[in-house]
Structure formats: structure tokens, C-alpha cells
Write a protein that binds this ligand. Structure first.
Ligand code: PPY
Length: 348
């Protein structure tokens, strides 16, 4: 079933690359979601990614209790493409034109492959952009806040499984040391967690060493003997095959689209492994951006909203337990309920 409100696929005027903007829903408010600038075997794979990621943004905002809708932009780069600065600027301007043409229905932000400087450039063409650097009036890099929100989710899970929200001495495996993963690993190390880490980029081993973490190869880390696995790399790491290998009690992390297919949530449940939906654990970044830039909250109020992810997760785990559901089902039902409670797309 096609459930998106609008999907725009355009060949960029300057770059001639496919710019894909998927607006999944504006039922709760104007849509937001980052710009993913990434390689795909075929541009159609970029469309599939945009469709899934934008739907997850709708659920992310609904469960976080924010009045925004879900969208995402993907620029599908052919495999092996390296963008020089000039071409990168062309791509970003093409994206900005497309967003501007949507007239505020959708605002973009950072995602895999983009950051605050890219948002600054987009901001020269359209005002519908989050996370520009602070000196330009934006809320800056969202990744520390995504990491903070994931920490809040981990506390809720720790309390449920071990009776304490403290993570010192807890064994965690962080899969991926990009901006969010490395930030989260630092927060966890500072708290005294025993870390195992990995990344597909061997240079990231330095970060692990700095934190006193055990390095593990990417294809072995999911089977590591740890308490909690924390996916923080590109999506779809949870498959029937990898779930069978897990030795942990929970999987909680900031990576988007962790499940290869939705039924993998049931496999995790049947193995007695607690999985917090990615769109719940990863909400800290958008919560920070939207609360700061749209709702103009003070920094301590914004921080309280990010930390409230702990209560959201606790609530979902309670509901799941009392109704005999998985946390994934409890989250889907909460999102549906909040979306049903509205009249329809914004402005109708
Ligand atoms: C996400 O949370 O998946 C994002 O897309 C990041 C983001 C951050 C801030 C505004 C919009 C999107």
C-alpha cells in the first residue's frame, strides 16, 4: 500500500543526480527529516531507503510526542562516486531547490553523509532547514543529542533488566563509531561501562583504544558476549541470521532501520532479547533540533525533552509487558494512536 503523502524524484539541475524527497505524513505537523547523501547500487534503492526512513520519521515524532511529520531526502550516488567540493555544492543546491519548491511542507536536516556545514549551504536557498551551525542561527550538530537520547533509552533498559539505570560495569558492544556512535561510546566509557567496539573503517580503532575498549571485527561483534548490543552504523544489521547469533539480553541503539524486515522484531522477542525500536532510541537529535529551532525552548528544557526518552522507553516496556506485546508493537500502537487523534494532513 502506498501510504506516503508525496514523493518527489528530480534530476538535479546542476548535478544531474537523483534527488529524492519522501514526505510520509504531515498529520502531526510539517514534516522533517534529514538528508542522506549516500552510495547505492541503483538509484531505486535510494527511493526504497527514502520511503522507509521517512515513515520511521513519522513514528519517531509521534512516539516522542512532537507535532512534526515524517520526511527524508536521499541523494543516491552511484557506487564509487567521490564528490569534489564544487560538485558537492551543486548537489546541495539542487536539494535546496527541491525543498524550497515544497513550500514548507518539509524541512531537512543532517543524516548519514551530511552535517551542519551542508545545512548552512542549503540555508542560503531555503529557510526550511534544521541544524545549521549556531553562528548562523541553527541548533548545530545534532549527533551529541542523538547520543544523549540513546543513553536515556539504555538507562530505561538497564533499569528493566538489572534494576539500576547506572551503566558502570555493564558490558556493551557499540557497532559503528561514526559521529553518533563515537559520541555515545565516550558517554558510556565516562560512566564506566565495559566497551567492545567496531567500525568498518580500521582507523576508528584509535577511538576504541582511547576509551580502553576491546576492538572486535564488524562481522563478529553481534555475537559478542555482552549485556547490550548498540547498533550505531548503517541499517538492516538485524536479520534472522544475525539474531540467531546474538548472546546479549538487549539491542538498543541509534542506527535507523535496524531490522532487515519487520518480523525480525518477533524473532528477537522469541529469543527473549529486548529490542527498543530504533526510531525511539534515536530521537534525541530531532527532539533537540525541533525543540530549539521551532519551539524555542531554553537549553535545559530541551535537554529535559531528550532525557525524557528514558520515560518513553519505560512506558513502552510497561505496555509491552502488561499487554503481552513486543516493544515494537507497543511503539507502533502508540504512534498510530497519536496519528489517529489528528484530523489529517497539516493545513487540511
Ligand atoms: C533523524 O533523526 O533520523 C534525522 O533525520 C535527523 C534530523 C535532525 C534534525 C532535523 C531533522 C532531521
Amino acid at each position: 500500500m502506498f501510504e506516503h503523502e508525496q514523493v518527489v524524484i528530480r534530476s538535479g539541475r546542476r548535478s544531474r543526480l537523483p534527488v529524492i524527497v519522501a514526505v510520509h505524513s504531515t498529520a502531526l505537523g510539517p514534516a522533517a527529516g534529514g538528508l542522506r547523501l549516500w552510495h547505492y547500487p541503483d538509484w531505486r534503492d535510494g527511493v526504497t531507503d527514502a520511503l522507509r526512513l521517512s515513515a520511521a520519521m513519522t513514528a519517531k515524532f509521534a512516539v516522542a510526542g512532537l507535532p512534526s511529520g515524517g520526511g527524508k531526502t536521499v541523494v543516491a550516488l552511484p557506487e564509487g562516486t567521490v564528490l569534489d567540493p564544487e560538485r558537492r555544492r551543486d548537489v546541495l543546491q539542487d536539494v535546496a531547490d527541491t525543498i524550497e519548491s515544497l513550500g514548507g511542507t518539509y524541512s531537512t536536516g543532517p543524516d548519514v553523509g551530511t552535517g551542519p556545514e551542508d545545512m548552512a549551504l542549503i540555508g542560503t536557498i531555503t529557510s526550511h532547514v534544521f541544524c545549521r551551525p549556531a553562528h548562523l542561527g541553527g541548533s548545530g550538530d545534532s549527533s551529541p543529542h542523538t547520543a544523549q537520547g540513546t543513553l536515556a533509552a539504555l538507562r530505561a533498559v538497564s533499569r528493566r533488566l538489572y534494576g539500576t539505570a547506572r551503566l558502570d560495569g555493564r558490558r556493551l558492544a557499540v557497532v559503528g563509531l561514526g559521529r553518533v556512535g563515537a559520541g555515545l561510546a565516550r558517554l558510556l566509557a565516562a560512566e564506566g561501562a565495559a566497551l567492545t567496539v567496531t567500525d568498518t573503517d580500521p582507523d576508528k580503532r584509535k577511538i576504541g583504544d582511547e576509551l580502553g575498549a576491546v576492538w572486535c571485527s564488524p562481522d563478529e561483534i553481534l555475537a559478542a558476549d555482552v549485556d547490550i548490543v548498540v547498533p550505531a552504523a548503517l541499517g538492516s544489521c538485524l536479520t534472522a541470521h544475525t539474531v540467531a547469533q546474538l548472546r546479549c539480553r538487549a539491542v538498543v541503539g541509534p542506527a535507523n532501520n535496524q531490522l532487515a524486515t519487520p518480523d525480525v522484531a518477533d524473532l528477537l522477542h522469541r529469543r527473549g532479547i529486548l529490542w527498543v525500536p530504533d526510531y525511539v532510541a534515536s530521537a534525541g537529535g530531532v527532539v533537540h533540533a525541533v525543540s530549539t529551532e521551532l519551539h524555542h525552548l531554553a537549553p535545559d528544557e530541551v535537554r529535559a525533552r531528550v532525557d525524557a526518552i528514558e520515560h518513553t522507553v519505560t512506558g513502552l516496556l510497561d505496555t509491552a509487558e502488561s499487554r503481552g506485546r513486543t516493544p515494537a508493537q507497543a511503539a507502533t500502537e502508540l504512534a498510530r494512536r497519536r496519528l489517529r487523534a489528528t484530523a489529517g494532513p497539516a493545513g487540511t
